[in-house]
Design a protein. Structure first.
Length: 131
């Protein structure tokens, strides 16, 4: 017996990423100017420094898309026992994480890049379980 259904691990992974991205979106939007200032400083010695507002908008669009797809995917996973939307949501999430990884590597923030790797591993496990 399970409190979810036959996809407990998949549901928990999807929930994890919904919460993670949702809070990331809220933090960015709640303090947009502070976020831009932080990342401008973080990337001050890279080719990205002058593009921070545009890049943050791009990241925000990917995060919002991911949350929407994962939320729809969660519904279909729980109610309809259908996997495809959750898988697509995790695939977009993986692309988002790769964007974060590239940014951290360009900033030479190796501990930050390593932290993203942990999220990426869980993301790939989720995709695998939904395949």
């Amino acid at each position: 017996m399970s409190i979810f259904n036959n996809h407990s691990a998949e549901i928990l992974i999807v929930l994890f990423f919904i919460f993670t991205y949702f809070f990331s979106i809220v933090e960015k939007l709640a303090d947009w100017k502070g976020t831009i200032a932080y990342y401008t400083k973080h990337f001050e010695k890279t080719i990205l420094q002058k593009m921070i507002p545009l890049l943050l908008l791009n990241v925000l669009i990917f995060e919002i898309s991911t949350v929407i797809l994962l939320t729809i995917g969660l519904y279909f996973l729980v109610i309809e026992d259908a996997l495809i939307m959750a898988k697509v949501g995790l695939e977009i999430s993986a692309i988002t994480l790769l964007m974060f990884l590239v940014g951290q590597r360009l900033a030479k923030d190796y501990p930050g890049a390593m932290n993203i790797t942990v999220y990426f591993i869980l993301n790939v496990i989720g995709i695998y379980l939904l395949t």
